[in-house]
Write a protein that binds this ligand. Structure first.
Ligand SMILES: Cc1ncc(C[n+]2csc(CCOP(=O)(O)OP(=O)(O)O)c2C)c(N)n1
Ligand SMILES: [Mg+2]
Length: 324
Protein backbone atom coordinates (compact mmCIF):
# COMPACT_ATOMS: atom_id res chain seq x y z
CA UNK A 1 0.00 0.00 0.00
CA UNK A 2 1.07 3.58 -0.48
CA UNK A 3 1.65 4.39 3.21
CA UNK A 4 4.10 2.39 5.33
CA UNK A 5 2.46 0.38 8.13
CA UNK A 6 4.01 -0.90 11.34
CA UNK A 7 4.95 -4.57 10.85
CA UNK A 8 2.35 -5.99 13.25
CA UNK A 9 -0.44 -4.03 11.56
CA UNK A 10 0.74 -5.10 8.12
CA UNK A 11 0.73 -8.75 9.21
CA UNK A 12 -2.77 -8.44 10.70
CA UNK A 13 -4.10 -6.84 7.51
CA UNK A 14 -2.45 -9.39 5.30
CA UNK A 15 -3.74 -12.25 7.45
CA UNK A 16 -7.29 -10.90 7.04
CA UNK A 17 -6.85 -10.75 3.26
CA UNK A 18 -5.45 -14.28 3.22
CA UNK A 19 -8.37 -15.57 5.27
CA UNK A 20 -10.80 -13.90 2.85
CA UNK A 21 -9.11 -15.56 -0.13
CA UNK A 22 -9.26 -18.97 1.57
CA UNK A 23 -12.92 -18.32 2.39
CA UNK A 24 -13.65 -17.76 -1.30
CA UNK A 25 -11.82 -20.90 -2.35
CA UNK A 26 -13.62 -22.98 0.30
CA UNK A 27 -16.94 -21.52 -0.84
CA UNK A 28 -16.29 -22.54 -4.44
CA UNK A 29 -15.08 -26.01 -3.41
CA UNK A 30 -18.20 -26.47 -1.30
CA UNK A 31 -20.34 -25.47 -4.29
CA UNK A 32 -18.54 -27.94 -6.51
CA UNK A 33 -19.16 -30.64 -3.92
CA UNK A 34 -22.88 -29.75 -3.69
CA UNK A 35 -23.25 -29.93 -7.48
CA UNK A 36 -21.44 -33.27 -7.48
CA UNK A 37 -23.94 -34.65 -4.97
CA UNK A 38 -26.92 -33.23 -6.87
CA UNK A 39 -27.82 -30.98 -3.97
CA UNK A 40 -27.69 -27.92 -6.25
CA UNK A 41 -29.25 -27.50 -9.68
CA UNK A 42 -28.29 -25.38 -12.68
CA UNK A 43 -24.71 -24.36 -13.20
CA UNK A 44 -22.12 -22.01 -11.79
CA UNK A 45 -18.82 -20.36 -12.72
CA UNK A 46 -16.11 -20.86 -10.11
CA UNK A 47 -13.32 -18.34 -9.52
CA UNK A 48 -10.81 -20.80 -8.05
CA UNK A 49 -7.37 -19.40 -8.88
CA UNK A 50 -8.60 -15.80 -9.22
CA UNK A 51 -9.13 -15.02 -5.52
CA UNK A 52 -6.32 -12.43 -5.31
CA UNK A 53 -8.06 -10.32 -7.96
CA UNK A 54 -11.29 -10.07 -5.97
CA UNK A 55 -9.72 -9.59 -2.56
CA UNK A 56 -6.94 -7.26 -3.75
CA UNK A 57 -9.23 -4.91 -5.65
CA UNK A 58 -12.07 -4.80 -3.14
CA UNK A 59 -9.76 -4.43 -0.12
CA UNK A 60 -8.01 -1.45 -1.70
CA UNK A 61 -11.33 0.38 -2.12
CA UNK A 62 -13.61 2.03 0.40
CA UNK A 63 -16.61 0.10 1.70
CA UNK A 64 -18.82 2.80 0.19
CA UNK A 65 -17.35 2.47 -3.31
CA UNK A 66 -19.72 0.63 -5.62
CA UNK A 67 -19.00 -2.73 -7.22
CA UNK A 68 -20.33 -4.30 -10.40
CA UNK A 69 -19.58 -7.94 -11.11
CA UNK A 70 -20.07 -10.53 -13.83
CA UNK A 71 -21.04 -14.20 -14.14
CA UNK A 72 -17.95 -15.28 -12.15
CA UNK A 73 -18.90 -13.20 -9.15
CA UNK A 74 -18.87 -15.22 -5.91
CA UNK A 75 -15.37 -14.00 -5.08
CA UNK A 76 -16.39 -10.38 -5.58
CA UNK A 77 -19.41 -10.81 -3.30
CA UNK A 78 -17.42 -12.46 -0.53
CA UNK A 79 -14.50 -10.04 -0.89
CA UNK A 80 -16.96 -7.21 -0.16
CA UNK A 81 -17.82 -9.02 3.07
CA UNK A 82 -21.25 -10.39 2.21
CA UNK A 83 -22.45 -13.21 4.44
CA UNK A 84 -21.46 -16.59 2.88
CA UNK A 85 -24.63 -18.20 4.32
CA UNK A 86 -26.80 -15.68 2.46
CA UNK A 87 -24.77 -15.97 -0.75
CA UNK A 88 -25.13 -19.76 -0.54
CA UNK A 89 -28.82 -19.34 0.30
CA UNK A 90 -29.28 -17.30 -2.87
CA UNK A 91 -27.66 -20.06 -4.93
CA UNK A 92 -30.04 -22.58 -3.36
CA UNK A 93 -33.10 -20.43 -4.03
CA UNK A 94 -33.77 -19.83 -0.34
CA UNK A 95 -35.58 -16.81 1.10
CA UNK A 96 -32.52 -16.02 3.20
CA UNK A 97 -30.56 -15.31 -0.01
CA UNK A 98 -29.60 -11.74 -0.87
CA UNK A 99 -32.36 -11.55 -3.47
CA UNK A 100 -34.72 -13.91 -1.69
CA UNK A 101 -33.47 -16.78 -3.84
CA UNK A 102 -34.89 -15.28 -7.02
CA UNK A 103 -31.59 -14.23 -8.58
CA UNK A 104 -29.17 -17.08 -8.00
CA UNK A 105 -25.48 -16.98 -8.84
CA UNK A 106 -25.64 -14.61 -11.79
CA UNK A 107 -28.26 -12.12 -10.59
CA UNK A 108 -27.29 -11.37 -7.01
CA UNK A 109 -27.06 -7.86 -5.64
CA UNK A 110 -27.01 -6.08 -2.30
CA UNK A 111 -27.60 -2.36 -2.37
CA UNK A 112 -26.81 -2.15 1.36
CA UNK A 113 -23.32 -3.41 0.54
CA UNK A 114 -23.00 -1.11 -2.48
CA UNK A 115 -22.90 -4.20 -4.70
CA UNK A 116 -24.78 -3.55 -7.94
CA UNK A 117 -24.94 -7.15 -8.97
CA UNK A 118 -23.43 -10.14 -10.62
CA UNK A 119 -24.49 -10.36 -14.26
CA UNK A 120 -25.03 -13.27 -16.64
CA UNK A 121 -24.77 -11.12 -19.76
CA UNK A 122 -21.16 -11.00 -20.94
CA UNK A 123 -20.16 -7.33 -20.84
CA UNK A 124 -23.49 -6.39 -19.25
CA UNK A 125 -21.92 -4.87 -16.15
CA UNK A 126 -19.82 -2.34 -18.05
CA UNK A 127 -22.62 0.12 -18.94
CA UNK A 128 -24.24 -0.41 -15.52
CA UNK A 129 -21.04 0.62 -13.76
CA UNK A 130 -20.48 3.50 -16.13
CA UNK A 131 -24.03 4.76 -15.48
CA UNK A 132 -23.54 4.40 -11.74
CA UNK A 133 -20.38 6.51 -12.01
CA UNK A 134 -22.40 9.19 -13.80
CA UNK A 135 -24.96 9.06 -10.97
CA UNK A 136 -22.19 9.50 -8.37
CA UNK A 137 -20.96 12.54 -10.27
CA UNK A 138 -24.48 14.06 -10.20
CA UNK A 139 -24.70 13.43 -6.46
CA UNK A 140 -21.38 15.12 -5.80
CA UNK A 141 -20.06 11.97 -4.13
CA UNK A 142 -16.36 11.13 -3.95
CA UNK A 143 -17.07 7.41 -4.04
CA UNK A 144 -16.05 5.55 -7.18
CA UNK A 145 -17.27 2.47 -9.05
CA UNK A 146 -15.21 -0.63 -9.83
CA UNK A 147 -16.46 -2.87 -12.63
CA UNK A 148 -15.16 -6.43 -12.90
CA UNK A 149 -15.25 -8.05 -16.33
CA UNK A 150 -13.36 -10.69 -18.30
CA UNK A 151 -11.11 -10.68 -21.35
CA UNK A 152 -14.00 -12.09 -23.39
CA UNK A 153 -16.23 -9.20 -22.34
CA UNK A 154 -13.70 -6.75 -23.77
CA UNK A 155 -14.79 -7.95 -27.22
CA UNK A 156 -18.36 -6.83 -26.62
CA UNK A 157 -19.65 -3.50 -27.91
CA UNK A 158 -20.62 -2.54 -24.36
CA UNK A 159 -16.92 -2.39 -23.41
CA UNK A 160 -16.11 0.10 -26.16
CA UNK A 161 -19.24 2.20 -25.70
CA UNK A 162 -18.70 2.39 -21.93
CA UNK A 163 -15.03 3.34 -22.14
CA UNK A 164 -15.76 5.95 -24.78
CA UNK A 165 -18.44 7.70 -22.68
CA UNK A 166 -16.49 7.40 -19.44
CA UNK A 167 -13.43 8.96 -21.07
CA UNK A 168 -15.43 11.80 -22.64
CA UNK A 169 -17.23 12.58 -19.38
CA UNK A 170 -14.26 11.83 -17.06
CA UNK A 171 -16.37 9.51 -14.94
CA UNK A 172 -15.15 8.07 -11.61
CA UNK A 173 -14.94 4.44 -12.69
CA UNK A 174 -12.19 1.84 -12.43
CA UNK A 175 -12.51 -0.90 -15.03
CA UNK A 176 -11.00 -4.15 -13.74
CA UNK A 177 -10.36 -6.82 -16.34
CA UNK A 178 -9.64 -10.27 -14.96
CA UNK A 179 -7.77 -11.60 -17.96
CA UNK A 180 -7.78 -15.34 -17.30
CA UNK A 181 -6.65 -16.17 -20.80
CA UNK A 182 -9.94 -17.57 -22.08
CA UNK A 183 -13.52 -16.66 -22.83
CA UNK A 184 -15.09 -20.08 -22.47
CA UNK A 185 -12.80 -22.15 -24.77
CA UNK A 186 -11.56 -19.19 -26.81
CA UNK A 187 -7.97 -18.09 -26.01
CA UNK A 188 -7.15 -14.39 -25.82
CA UNK A 189 -4.50 -14.86 -28.54
CA UNK A 190 -7.28 -15.71 -30.99
CA UNK A 191 -9.89 -13.23 -29.82
CA UNK A 192 -8.37 -9.94 -28.62
CA UNK A 193 -6.91 -7.60 -31.27
CA UNK A 194 -4.74 -4.55 -30.55
CA UNK A 195 -2.28 -6.32 -28.25
CA UNK A 196 -4.34 -6.55 -25.10
CA UNK A 197 -7.09 -5.06 -23.00
CA UNK A 198 -4.83 -2.36 -21.57
CA UNK A 199 -3.89 -1.21 -25.08
CA UNK A 200 -7.57 -0.94 -25.94
CA UNK A 201 -8.07 1.43 -22.98
CA UNK A 202 -5.17 3.49 -24.30
CA UNK A 203 -7.07 3.98 -27.56
CA UNK A 204 -9.70 5.88 -25.55
CA UNK A 205 -7.07 7.91 -23.69
CA UNK A 206 -7.78 5.93 -20.51
CA UNK A 207 -4.69 5.34 -18.35
CA UNK A 208 -4.12 1.94 -16.87
CA UNK A 209 -1.79 -0.70 -15.55
CA UNK A 210 -1.21 -4.38 -16.11
CA UNK A 211 -0.52 -6.41 -12.97
CA UNK A 212 0.08 -9.97 -11.82
CA UNK A 213 -3.37 -11.08 -10.70
CA UNK A 214 -1.90 -14.04 -8.83
CA UNK A 215 -0.01 -11.69 -6.50
CA UNK A 216 -2.21 -10.12 -3.84
CA UNK A 217 0.29 -7.39 -2.98
CA UNK A 218 0.56 -6.27 -6.60
CA UNK A 219 -3.22 -6.14 -6.96
CA UNK A 220 -3.61 -4.14 -3.74
CA UNK A 221 -0.94 -1.63 -4.72
CA UNK A 222 -2.02 -1.09 -8.31
CA UNK A 223 -5.68 -0.75 -7.32
CA UNK A 224 -4.86 1.74 -4.56
CA UNK A 225 -2.86 3.92 -6.99
CA UNK A 226 -5.44 3.88 -9.77
CA UNK A 227 -8.40 4.34 -7.40
CA UNK A 228 -6.74 7.38 -5.81
CA UNK A 229 -6.41 9.05 -9.22
CA UNK A 230 -9.98 8.18 -10.21
CA UNK A 231 -11.26 9.52 -6.87
CA UNK A 232 -9.27 12.72 -7.30
CA UNK A 233 -11.17 13.44 -10.54
CA UNK A 234 -8.70 12.24 -13.17
CA UNK A 235 -11.42 10.26 -14.95
CA UNK A 236 -11.62 6.53 -15.59
CA UNK A 237 -8.75 4.05 -15.34
CA UNK A 238 -8.30 0.43 -16.29
CA UNK A 239 -6.52 -2.36 -14.45
CA UNK A 240 -5.73 -5.52 -16.39
CA UNK A 241 -5.02 -8.45 -14.09
CA UNK A 242 -3.24 -11.47 -15.52
CA UNK A 243 -4.83 -14.46 -13.90
CA UNK A 244 -6.11 -18.00 -14.50
CA UNK A 245 -9.11 -20.06 -13.52
CA UNK A 246 -7.86 -23.39 -12.23
CA UNK A 247 -11.27 -24.93 -12.92
CA UNK A 248 -13.25 -25.22 -16.13
CA UNK A 249 -15.38 -22.38 -17.48
CA UNK A 250 -18.43 -23.73 -15.66
CA UNK A 251 -19.50 -26.86 -13.88
CA UNK A 252 -19.29 -29.27 -16.84
CA UNK A 253 -16.20 -28.25 -18.78
CA UNK A 254 -13.67 -31.01 -19.66
CA UNK A 255 -11.07 -28.30 -20.58
CA UNK A 256 -10.06 -29.87 -23.92
CA UNK A 257 -8.88 -26.49 -25.25
CA UNK A 258 -5.87 -26.24 -22.93
CA UNK A 259 -3.12 -28.57 -21.73
CA UNK A 260 -2.60 -30.01 -18.26
CA UNK A 261 0.98 -28.63 -18.45
CA UNK A 262 -0.30 -25.10 -18.89
CA UNK A 263 -2.60 -25.60 -15.90
CA UNK A 264 0.30 -26.90 -13.79
CA UNK A 265 2.41 -23.84 -14.66
CA UNK A 266 -0.31 -21.55 -13.35
CA UNK A 267 -0.96 -23.72 -10.30
CA UNK A 268 2.63 -22.98 -9.30
CA UNK A 269 1.64 -19.33 -9.10
CA UNK A 270 -1.34 -20.02 -6.81
CA UNK A 271 -2.21 -16.81 -4.94
CA UNK A 272 -2.97 -18.74 -1.76
CA UNK A 273 0.47 -20.39 -1.65
CA UNK A 274 2.22 -17.13 -2.44
CA UNK A 275 0.26 -15.28 0.22
CA UNK A 276 0.99 -17.97 2.80
CA UNK A 277 4.70 -17.56 2.00
CA UNK A 278 4.35 -13.80 2.47
CA UNK A 279 2.67 -14.33 5.84
CA UNK A 280 5.61 -16.51 6.92
CA UNK A 281 7.96 -13.70 5.95
CA UNK A 282 5.84 -11.35 8.05
CA UNK A 283 6.42 -13.64 11.03
CA UNK A 284 3.30 -15.81 11.19
CA UNK A 285 3.85 -19.39 12.31
CA UNK A 286 2.65 -22.40 10.30
CA UNK A 287 0.10 -23.08 13.05
CA UNK A 288 -1.28 -19.55 12.83
CA UNK A 289 -1.63 -19.83 9.03
CA UNK A 290 -3.33 -23.22 9.36
CA UNK A 291 -5.71 -21.73 11.94
CA UNK A 292 -6.76 -19.10 9.38
CA UNK A 293 -7.46 -21.84 6.84
CA UNK A 294 -9.37 -23.89 9.41
CA UNK A 295 -11.48 -20.93 10.47
CA UNK A 296 -12.43 -20.19 6.85
CA UNK A 297 -13.39 -23.84 6.27
CA UNK A 298 -15.58 -23.86 9.38
CA UNK A 299 -17.31 -20.65 8.32
CA UNK A 300 -18.17 -22.19 4.95
CA UNK A 301 -19.33 -25.48 6.50
CA UNK A 302 -21.66 -23.50 8.76
CA UNK A 303 -22.83 -21.40 5.79
CA UNK A 304 -23.76 -24.54 3.83
CA UNK A 305 -25.67 -25.96 6.81
CA UNK A 306 -27.55 -22.70 7.38
CA UNK A 307 -28.44 -22.36 3.70
CA UNK A 308 -29.64 -25.96 3.47
CA UNK A 309 -31.82 -25.56 6.56
CA UNK A 310 -33.43 -22.31 5.30
CA UNK A 311 -36.85 -22.43 3.59
CA UNK A 312 -37.64 -21.67 -0.04
CA UNK A 313 -40.24 -19.00 -0.75
CA UNK A 314 -43.67 -20.03 -2.01
CA UNK A 315 -45.53 -18.97 -5.15
CA UNK A 316 -46.34 -15.46 -3.87
CA UNK A 317 -42.71 -14.92 -2.92
CA UNK A 318 -41.57 -15.94 -6.41
CA UNK A 319 -43.80 -13.24 -7.91
CA UNK A 320 -42.68 -10.56 -5.45
CA UNK A 321 -40.92 -7.64 -7.12
CA UNK A 322 -42.58 -8.34 -10.48
CA UNK A 323 -44.19 -5.10 -11.63
CA UNK A 324 -45.19 -5.77 -15.23
C1 LIG B 1 -24.07 -11.54 -24.40
C2 LIG B 1 -23.57 -12.91 -24.05
N1 LIG B 1 -22.92 -13.65 -24.99
C3 LIG B 1 -22.46 -14.89 -24.70
C4 LIG B 1 -22.66 -15.40 -23.43
C5 LIG B 1 -22.14 -16.78 -23.08
N2 LIG B 1 -20.96 -16.64 -22.20
C6 LIG B 1 -21.04 -16.80 -20.87
S1 LIG B 1 -19.57 -16.57 -20.12
C7 LIG B 1 -18.80 -16.29 -21.59
C8 LIG B 1 -17.31 -16.03 -21.65
C9 LIG B 1 -16.91 -14.84 -20.91
O1 LIG B 1 -15.52 -14.76 -20.94
P1 LIG B 1 -14.75 -13.70 -20.07
O2 LIG B 1 -15.40 -12.39 -20.22
O3 LIG B 1 -13.32 -13.80 -20.43
O4 LIG B 1 -15.00 -14.18 -18.57
P2 LIG B 1 -14.50 -15.54 -17.88
O5 LIG B 1 -15.60 -16.54 -18.11
O6 LIG B 1 -13.24 -15.94 -18.50
O7 LIG B 1 -14.37 -15.18 -16.44
C10 LIG B 1 -19.69 -16.35 -22.65
C11 LIG B 1 -19.33 -16.14 -24.05
C12 LIG B 1 -23.35 -14.61 -22.49
N3 LIG B 1 -23.54 -15.04 -21.25
N4 LIG B 1 -23.77 -13.37 -22.81
MG1 LIG C 1 -11.80 -14.85 -19.52
Amino acid sequence: MATAEPEATAAAHYAAYFRRMVLIRCFEEALSDLFGRNLLGGTSHFCIGQEACAVGVVSALRKTDWLVSNHRGHGHLLARGLDPARVMGELMGKITGYCGGRGGSQHMCSMADHFLGTNGITGGGLPIGTGAALALRYRGSDDIVAVFFGDGASNQGTFHESLNMAALWKLPVLYVCENNGYGMSNPVSRSVAAGGILERAGAYGIPGRRADGMDLTAVLEQTADLAAAVRAGAGPALLELETYRFCGHSKNDPRVYRSREEEADWQHRDCLERSAAHLRRLGLSEAAIEALRQEARQTIDAAVQAAMAAPCGGRDHALGGVYA
